[in-house]
Design a protein around this ligand. Structure first.
Ligand SMILES: [Zn+2]
Length: 42
């Protein structure tokens, strides 16, 4: 069961390079920016 913890700890955490907010997996196409920072209207 210890392997489960190691598995999640080894998962790469995606963070917005601008605001540092966590990036959801669905926003993977946005690169290293969250929806707020990568919004085209801003
Ligand atoms: Zn951001």
């Amino acid at each position: 069961m210890m392997n489960v913890i190691e598995f999640f700890r080894n998962l790469p955490k995606k963070q917005c390079t601008k605001c540092g907010h966590a990036i959801h997996e669905q926003a993977d196409c946005y690169g290293n920016e969250c929806d707020e920072c990568s919004h085209p209207a801003r």
